[in-house]
Ligand binder design. Structure first.
Ligand SMILES: Nc1ncnc2c1ncn2[C@@H]1O[C@H](COP(=O)(O)OP(=O)(O)O)[C@@H](O)[C@H]1O
Length: 952
């Protein structure tokens, strides 16, 4: 089911194209302004068909078109601006002259540059000198100021010293005054004379004190202002030092400028020397050329003479031979002249004999021929008898082994099938087909039963149902949905040896070999047909020594580029030779990307011109990249296509890129979700193709894939213990309990949510967050089931997860199952309450949609298709009716925790709301019907545009 992977489609031509035509406009079907000349039918290659599938869809609504469509590239403005080829013509005669010319030009250029640089340097030097002079002036002015200030400072210091001395004197006087006062007070008030004297002294003393105090204040103020000035001066001094420093730097700069100037002058001198050398060389060269020319003339003349001499010599030799022959014949004639008569008689006799012999020879030829015919007939008869015998022997052997089974065996099988039907584990139609097989005692049902001895009941049912169709992993829903809408859809696939042939009904080889071109010759292709899930499928089996599709696996071979370019061409050849007139040829992934250029370049000219090309890329990480020369194998013109605006890989000029080619040459380009499409237009997400996609953005669109709503339906799912649906979700709890028991986990209380994850274990899927989710869920009191499928390359991951699995082997709340198990996956989707998808990138993703269909609430990272299908319950910017899960943006543990914890909170605290949420997500339509509608619209628009363009 999970493999809705690449489908390839291809067409072939017998010889490489001589030119590549691009018709104006019309290539881009999403652009309403484009004109295209072609109307088309649908041919569609389907992803689910294990790589390399092509579906040809012919719409009833779109019939009767006569199209010669315009290719997809014409809109590319680069095509119009680039020359039609990249070869620069080179004249061999004047190589030397051209070389000299080139050097001289370069040197003159260099000299001019050097001169300019010298001028610039001179200017810079003059400016630097001017700056220097100014700075020196400034410095001198500052120095004068400093001198004045220093003088003032010295003056102030002197005055300060004087003031200090005055102060000391005043203090001494004050002391004396105090002493006198105390003496006076001791002597008493009787001494009038002394009092008079005392008051006089005291008056003079206080005058003196006042005077000195004022003086002191003045001095203090002066002192303060001097201090301020001093501070300013210090600041100035610092500035001066900095200026000095700058001057030093400028001087250094000046020195370096001067030295580079010298360098330049030196180089200039050298260049001038070179120039003079070159001019002398040129002169020398000219004279040499003149000499060469005259020598050439001489040589030509000599050659002519030699040729003439040679011819004359040859003529002489021939003449000599003729003379010799004549001489010989003359002597022979002389010899035989005498016996001429006898010889004539002998000749007649001989002729008669020859005639007789010829007659006999003819007769014996006829005899031999009839013997050979007889022999061939009898051989054919013998071979027919032999193969009949072989068939009969095989059949008898088969019958015998089957017939050997006792009737109880068959009765048991019948009872088993009836039981499944009564228990609603299989559908009525399936039961009917299985019963028929049992009644007919068919060997394959016997084999299926024997091979399923070790399996549980669900697995046995799966095995049995494979015998009656079921499909799933071969076709996806798009073709079926389109078929339901009334279109004729046909699929073209490589005939892989590893396909499950039991899924193909009425499988047979056609009595025809379609020849297709590859590596310079034609190869036969055997064509097989059959129906898969009601869809007609063509299988191409190349008769090529490399056994392209006989490798035991679909992809991953060293020569994939060759294998799928071969297939693409053979598929187109099949459409051409079968006289198909599809409206749309829909190719999927890089394996079929060759179809687009092959179609326009080789098959439109051959008359297969009705179709529009639609290309869907399911994962831009896979682009089909190879050395440019490999493109030639399928007949494409490497020279025309290995161009930046066509198939040349965006990061290597020697390589071509199949997906880029499909983007350029298709009318419609789609990918599997709108967000993924947006991501692809950015340098971070575009896998190197963002410039190409941006250039062709008008025809590029993202359409979310659907899921097979019949296969994934909890109301009819036969893998489940109990079926349930949105209006009655009781069965979900029973399935949860059943799975816990089946896996030996503890039955938990109702408020213990079961968190699940089903995935391939590859870095894309956010392995570190999956690991973290297990531990965090247990910390939060939940249960966790992880079903992972580890691909061959993930040995290290496998070991790591095996260890974790062992660690949790008997854990009551966690299980790690390292396998691919489809039936178990159904049980887990049904049993789980929450489903994590922490992918680093996810083009579309199916598991979130399947989980919702089974009522498991997704916790997903906002990327690619997840962002288009999961909307956060707590995000107020999203209309309530669309909210269906929990999302986080950053791929780290904190962001994941926040989403998981919010989910736990809602689960535990809003039980009724949670139930409503479960019911809501189960009713969301994720079927292919809505996606197919969008594809249908795209096809229609494209075809209509082509028709309109053809008419105008
Ligand atoms: N271990 C597994 N066992 C069974 N089915 C699995 C397993 N792992 C993944 N699947 C199935 O594979 C499909 C995954 O598809 P998708 O989400 O598009 O991822 P991708 O195709 O990148 O692996 C789903 O149908 C899922 O149920």
């Amino acid at each position: 089911m999970q493999n809705k992977k690449q489908n390839a489609k291809k067409f072939n031509v017998d010889r490489p194209p001589t030119n590549l035509k691009f018709r104006p406009n019309g290539g881009n079907d999403s652009d309403s302004n484009n004109s295209s000349k072609d109307s088309t039918v649908l041919s569609n290659s389907e992803t689910d068909l294990k790589g390399g599938i092509t579906i040809a869809v012919e719409s009833k609504h779109l019939k009767e078109k006569e199209d010669t469509d315009s290719p997809a590239i014409n809109e590319d403005p680069m095509i119009n601006t680039l020359p039609s080829n990249n070869i620069t013509p080179v004249s061999t005669k004047s190589d030397g002259e051209q070389l000299s010319g080139v050097h001289l030009q370069d040197l003159i250029g260099m000299i001019r540059n050097a001169e300019k640089n010298v001028q610039l340097l001179n200017l810079a030097r003059v400016r630097a000198l001017e700056d220097l002079a100014k700075i020196i002036e400034e410095k001198e002015a500052l120095q004068t100021e400093i001198n004045v200030l220093e003088m003032k400072l010295a003056e102030t210091d002197g005055r300060l010293k004087m003031a200090a001395q005055e102060k000391i004197r005043v203090e001494v006087l004050e002391d004396q005054l105090e002493k006198l006062r105390s003496e006076l007070s001791i002597r008493g008030s009787s001494m009038e004379h002394a009092r008079d004297m005392n008051s006089a002294v005291s008056a003079s003393q206080s005058d003196a004190v006042n005077y000195f105090s004022q003086e002191l204040e003045l001095l203090r103020a002066e002192n303060m202002s001097l201090k301020d000035e001093l501070e300013l001066l210090k600041g100035d001094l610092v500035n001066i030092r900095e200026t000095g420093h700058r001057i030093q730097m400028l001087e250094q700069e000046r020195y370096s400028l001067e030295s580079s100037l010298k360098d330049f002058e030196f180089k200039l001198a050298a260049s001038q020397e070179d120039v003079s050398n070159i001019s002398s060389l040129k002169l020398e060269c000219k004279s040499l050329y003149e000499k060469v020319d005259s020598l050439q003339e001489l040589f030509d003349n000599t050659t002519k003479h030699t040729d003439e001499a040679f011819k004359v010599l040859q003529q002489n030799q021939e003449l000599r031979k003729k003379v010799d022959q004549l001489e010989e014949s003359l002597s022979e004639a002389n010899l035989y002249r005498l016996s001429t008569e006898k010889m004539q008689q002998y000749g007649v006799l001989m002729q008669q004999k020859i005639k007789l012999l010829e007659e006999r020879l003819q007769k014996s030829d006829a005899d031999i021929h009839s013997y050979v015919q007889l022999y061939q007939d009898s051989m054919k008869e013998f071979q027919d008898t032999l193969s009949n015998l072989k068939e009969r022997i095989d059949k008898r052997a088969e019958d015998e082994s089957v017939q050997d089974k006792p009737s109880e065996f068959w009765s048991n099988l019948l009872l088993m099938v009836d039981g499944w039907f009564l228990e609603k584990k299989i559908l009525a139609d399936e039961a009917r087909l299985l019963r028929e097989m049992i009644w007919n005692r068919e060997g394959r049902i016997c084999d299926a039963y024997l091979s399923s001895k070790e399996m549980n009941e669900t697995e046995i049912i799966t095995t049995f149902l494979r015998l009656v169709g079921g499909l799933g992993d071969v076709l996806t829903g798009l073709s079926k949905a389109l078929q339901k809408k009334g279109h004729l859809v046909e699929i073209v696939l490589p005939k892989y040896d590893c396909m499950n042939y039991e899924l193909i009904r009425d499988f047979k080889a056609l009595d025809v070999a379609v020849e297709s071109y590859f590596d310079g010759r034609l190869f036969k292709n055997k064509i097989w047909v059959g129906t898969v899930e009601g869809l007609p499928v063509y299988f191409i089996e190349p008769h090529h020594p490399s056994k392209f599709f006989w490798r035991g696996q679909f992809y991953g071979e060293h020569d994939d580029f060759k294998r799928f370019s071969f297939f693409s061409r053979a598929a187109l050849e099949l459409l051409l030779q079968a006289g198909k007139r599809p409206d749309i040829v829909h190719c999927h992934d890089w394996q079929t990307a060759f179809v687009a250029p092959l179609y326009w370049d080789l098959y439109v000219p051959k008359g297969l011109s009705s179709a529009r090309i639609c290309f869907t890329c399911h994962n831009f990480a896979y682009q089909g990249n190879a050395p440019a020369s490999e493109l030639a194998s399928c007949g494409l013109d490497v020279h025309q296509l290995n161009r930046q605006d066509r198939m040349q890989d965006n990061s290597s000029r020697d390589r071509v890129n199949a997906v880029k080619g499909a983007i350029v040459f298709s009318n419609i380009v789609t990918t599997v979700s709108p967000t993924y499409a947006q991501e692809m237009l950015t340098p971070e997400g575009g896998c190197g193709l963002h410039p190409t996609l941006n250039l062709h953005s008008k025809k590029f669109v993202g359409i979310l894939n659907g899921i097979d709503a019949e296969a994934w339906n909890p109301a009819t799912d036969r893998f489940l213990k109990v079926q349930y649906h949105a209006h009655d979700i009781e069965g979900k709890a029973e399935n949860k309990e059943g799975l816990r028991r089946y896996l030996g986990m503890t039955s938990a209380s109702g408020d213990q949510p079961l968190v699940a994850c089903i995935t391939r274990l590859v870095p894309q899927k956010g392995v570190h967050l999956i690991r973290h989710a297990l531990f965090r869920t247990l910390e939060l009191g939940g249960q966790f089931i992880l079903l992972v499928w580890i691909m061959a390359l993930g040995i290290l991951l496998m070991r790591e997860f095996e260890e974790i699995g062992n660690h949790f082997r008997d854990h009551e709340h966690a299980r790690l199952l390292l396998k691919y198990d489809e039936s178990l996956s159904h049980l887990i989707y049904a049993a789980s309450d929450m489903f994590i998808i922490p992918s680093l990138f996810e083009p579309c993703g199916l598991t979130q949609m399947i989980a919702m269909r089974y009522g498991s609430i997704p916790i997903a990272r906002k990327t690619g298709g997840l962002n288009d299908s999961v909307f956060d319950l707590d995000d107020n910017s999203i209309p309530v009716q669309y909210r269906n899960g929990f999302t986080f943006l950053t791929a780290d543990e904190q962001a994941f925790n926040s989403a998981l914890e919010r989910a736990f909170y809602h689960y535990k605290n809003n039980v009724d709301e949670w139930k409503q949420l479960v019911q809501k997500v189960m009713t969301i339509d994720f079927s292919w019907d809505s996606s197919a509608l969008l594809y249908e619209e795209l096809y229609m628009k494209s075809v209509t545009r082509a028709k309109t363009a053809n008419r105008s």
